[in-house]
Design a binder for this molecule. Structure first.
Ligand SMILES: Nc1ncnc2c1ncn2[C@@H]1O[C@H](COP(=O)(O)OP(=O)(O)OP(=O)(O)O)[C@@H](O)[C@H]1O
Length: 854
């Protein structure tokens, strides 16, 4: 294009309201589509209109629009063999075509979502979905599907990585060479602009950029890995940790560079936690049944920036790690679905060759010998036998300092839990409300193992102490109550043995202990959060509400963070941003955690002597009747629903009060003190994950959680402890620069190469994938490169009426920007409208440094 001189155009824009789910068409888009519609019909060669149509089974189907009248569009739909073969290839691999008429009312304002095409109108998949020309969930689904089929599990959406679980290991994308390539390009090389343009999307970019930000800017970082069960969160955390461990070795690291012993221990700590915190579920053979927040600790060096700039050696080195765990699924200790298993460690102990070393009565036992363990469909997890896994577990425990007597203590605590499941009760023949022990031999073995006198243990299990005012009474328990107390005892022992182990791991890995004592606040942090994703089952209980609440908290943070990064992008591009509003989930959070919220109501019901689930529900519904996000269930008086940000979930309140109380009866707590096992005798009240003070404890953490917990009048409830822990973690995250990885489970059958549309799209909606892209584009959701504008729309331009200010001296990008601005100024003028309220021009397009947005 020749140089044209003309008045510079201002980049002023009136930002419109951000739509989190921008499905066609707002007034803005209508104007844009008028422009494109008229432009398209003016072209001599009409491009194929690749669009999507709705489908009840496959959610969206690719199609080609042939034409339309006032009410219907004529559409050709390629027919494929099955769901997996459906792709956006313009029907090249289709086995036939079907002509259909689609009512225009199927789509807002009758506009069809378009398939992903490049500048010349050819179908294309995009590594960064913020660059999709048209933005909607159909485009995102098929873009991910295309990459998934081609062995590319990672796709970028702005600053977020979407990781689709491939259910097969592509070893070639995790080699040491690939790791160092990402470290070199993203950390060590001094590149101009965004270095991510030089690499394929990968979780290595999240780890590398986190490390670089920590080393370069010094601020603490975090990586939040979110997704439903089986989506690949834990594997992703391990992949990122390994990469960070290699980044910190410096620009010249190689396979011969040795990791320090503490770094090796850090990397091994996750599989160790998996042995005790993971179980086989129907969704995932190695499912984490506990939330984890791992803080990698770095010594940033004295004059870190200066040395960092030399890029000769890493001065920001990994020197330790600490792990916080929360909401262990302790119910799994005492019961699990037939197709699932309890925690791996139980199977490992029973399968161990030398198990009688831990208790001679284990000799000859099988899984079925223990009621809590029982029959299992498999003795192999992730292609490793339980027996082999046990050897690994013991070897890593020893590296963590849990050896000799401490190892026996831990294993015996596990065996005590199993043995508790074998204790049976029967009604006393003289009185049904009194129970007697019906499995005398198993009971004697248990008491011997715990070293607690049988008489003491019998009373603790079959009677309970009640305190009424200042008087104490002993009340007999019927068999059901005695069984309930036994199971509670087993759950508490497991939970506290788990915390004891977490403290041992932290002792073996924390920088405060293994590197520099007393300088804890000097360490830089990269925190990795691996947390259960939002779920909705046929029957959702109290624990599910806690999990979904946690997810709501993270969703709120996610939206706020994305919004902040959009603001920064606009500032960088010099675009004024008058007003951006976005949907948020504050109302759901207020409903759950507010002063009169559901969980406060539940806590009050737990202190009432006759507190009941039904009374809780009545109170909760009444106190929160003005919240639009809660609704009663007309079919059941024991159910209610919450309209979460992701979807509506119906909760069954049966067991809410019991699950929230969940405290160990005082009689059993006292009996435990007599045990020779240290975990039972000394650690049953220790709810901490650390033996030392953590960095910069938050206000909540310092106070030890919500006030209720501090009062000695009542035991803290599960909810109050959980809320305190979660708030402490949220506060810690708040002080970091967060990056997100959204893991997607593409199918329920855990099989490679299958992407089920319905299940994937639901997760994309939960993850707010469209929302992220929309928010990233905020006022102008669609975008094209300026060079593409010049190429596509030059015919519309009359340079005499609207000259470009480009000169031959300019660089290509600058020239493209000026030309594109001139072309569009000319072409768009007729489509601009005047806002009737303020009489100002409504701009429908805007030219950025590299992009034309509309
Ligand atoms: N990047 C990957 N490449 C290949 N397979 C993977 C990858 N990530 C995960 N998987 C497979 O998916 C399984 C489930 O992954 P993972 O345990 O990380 O899920 P999760 O989201 O942590 O689930 P949960 O919430 O139940 O713990 C893994 O055991 C592994 O077989």
């Amino acid at each position: 294009m020749s140089d044209r001189k003309g008045p510079a155009k201002s980049q002023e824009t009136s930002a419109s309201r951000v739509r989190l789910y921008p499905l066609y068409l707002t007034a803005h888009e209508r104007r844009v589509s008028r422009f494109f519609g008229e432009y398209d019909s003016s072209m001599t060669e009409r491009k194929t209109e690749y669009c999507f149509i709705r489908d009840p089974e496959f959610v969206w189907l690719p199609a080609i629009k042939e034409g339309n009248n006032d009410t219907h569009a004529q559409v050709k739909v390629p027919q494929y063999k099955d769901e997996q073969s459906i792709v956006c290839d313009g029907g090249k691999t289709a086995k036939g075509w079907k002509e259909v008429e689609v009512p225009l009312t199927d789509f807002r304002k009758g506009v069809f979502p378009m398939q992903n095409v490049d500048a010349s109108g050819d179908l294309k998949a995009f590594p960064d979905m913020v660059n999709l020309t048209f933005l909607h969930d159909a485009g995102i689904l098929y873009n991910l599907k295309d990459r998934h089929r081609n062995g590319k599990p990672y796709t970028r959406i702005g600053d977020i990585i979407i990781a689709v679980n491939p259910f097969q290991w592509f070893n070639e994308i995790y080699t040491e060479q690939v790791r160092s390539h990402y470290a070199r390009v993203l950390v060590w090389e001094n590149t101009e602009g965004d270095p991510r343009r030089q690499v394929e999307p990968h979780v290595y970019e999240t780890s590398a950029l986190s490390y670089k930000s920590l080393a370069f800017d010094g601020g603490d970082q975090s990586i939040l890995v979110l997704g439903k069960s089986g989506a690949g969160k834990t594997e992703t955390v391990k992949i990122c940790m390994k990469h960070i461990a290699s980044c910190q070795q410096g620009p010249h690291a190689s396979s011969s560079s040795k990791m320090s012993p503490v770094v090796q221990r850090i990397l091994k700590s996750i599989p160790l936690l998996e042995a005790f915190g993971n179980a086989k579920t129907v969704r995932n053979d190695n499912s984490s049944r506990v939330g984890k927040y791992i803080q990698l600790q770095f010594d940033k060096g004295d004059n870190c920036q200066q040395e960092f700039y030399s890029r000769e050696k890493a001065t920001c080195v990994l020197v330790g790690s600490k792990c916080e765990t929360f909401l262990l699924e302790k119910n799994r200790v005492v019961s699990h679905e037939a197709a699932e298993r309890t925690f791996h460690i139980f199977y490992q102990i029973i399968a161990a060759k030398d198990k009688s070393k831990y208790w001679n009565k284990l000799a000859g036992t099988t899984y079925e010998s223990f009621r809590f363990v029982g029959k299992t469909g498999t003795d192999t997890i992730e292609s490793m036998k339980d027996a082999e896994n046990f050897e690994n577990t013991v070897s890593v425990l020893e590296e963590m300092g849990v050896s000799g007597n401490r190892l026996v203590t831990l294993m015996q605590a596990m065996i005590i839990v199993m043995q508790l499941g074998n204790i049976l009760f029967a009604p006393d023949p003289r009185d049904d409300d009194v129970s007697v022990i019906a499995s005398q031999e198993e009971f004697s073995d248990l008491c011997e193992l715990m070293c607690i006198p049988e008489a003491t243990m019998e009373v603790a299990l079959t009677e309970r102490t009640l305190k009424i005012r200042n008087e104490t009474y002993k009340v007999p328990s019927n068999p059901a109550k005695a069984m309930e107390a036994t199971e509670l005892f087993a759950k508490e022992i497991y939970c506290h043995a788990f915390l004891w182990l977490v403290r041992c791991i932290n002792d073996a890995t924390a920088a405060e202990i293994n590197y520099k004592a007393g300088t804890m606040s000097d360490f830089g942090i990269i925190g990795l959060l691996d947390i259960f994703g939002f779920e909705s089952f046929a029957n959702n209980r109290f624990e599910q509400l806690c999990i979904n609440y946690c997810d709501e908290k993270l969703q709120q943070k996610f939206t706020q963070d994305i919004f902040r990064s959009v603001q920064l992008e606009y500032e960088r591009e010099g675009i004024p941003l008058d007003e951006i509003k976005y949907d948020d989930n504050t109302d759901v959070l207020n409903l759950i955690e507010g002063k009169m919220g559901l969980l406060t109501q539940l806590d009050s019901e737990c202190v009432r002597p006759k507190g009941s689930d039904a009374a809780f529900l009545t109170m909760a519904l009444c106190a929160n009747r003005f919240f639009p996000c809660i609704f009663p269930d007309k079919t059941s008086q024991m159910r209610f629903g919450i309209h979460h940000y992701a979807e509506k979930v119906a909760y069954n309140v049966k067991g809410f009060v019991g699950s929230n109380r969940d405290n160990l009866p005082p009689d059993l707590a006292e009996a435990a003190l007599l045990s020779s096992n240290e975990i039972l005798a000394k650690h049953m009240k220790n709810d901490s994950c650390m033996n030392f003070t953590s960095k910069a404890p938050s206000n909540e953490a310092r106070k030890g959680g919500p006030k209720r917990g501090k009062s000695h009048m009542v035991d803290p409830t599960v909810w109050s402890k959980y809320k305190g822990q979660l708030m402490a973690i949220m506060n810690m995250l708040q002080q970091t620069n967060a990056r997100y990885i959204r893991c997607i489970k593409p199918n329920k059958v855990k099989t490679p190469l299958i992407m089920e549309h319905m299940c994937t799209i639901k997760q994309l909606r939960c993850a707010g994938a469209v929302a992220v892209a929309a928010l990233s584009r905020s006022a102008f959701p669609n975008r094209l490169d300026n060079s593409v504008v010049c190429f596509k729309f030059w015919q519309l331009w009359d340079p005499d009426c609207s000259p470009s200010k480009a000169t031959s001296m300019m660089q290509a990008t600058e020239k493209a920007r000026c030309d594109s601005e001139a072309i569009l100024t000319f072409a768009v003028k007729p489509f601009e409208e005047i806002n009737p309220t303020d009489r100002k021009t409504i701009h429908i397009l805007c030219c950025w440094k590299n992009l034309f947005v509309f």
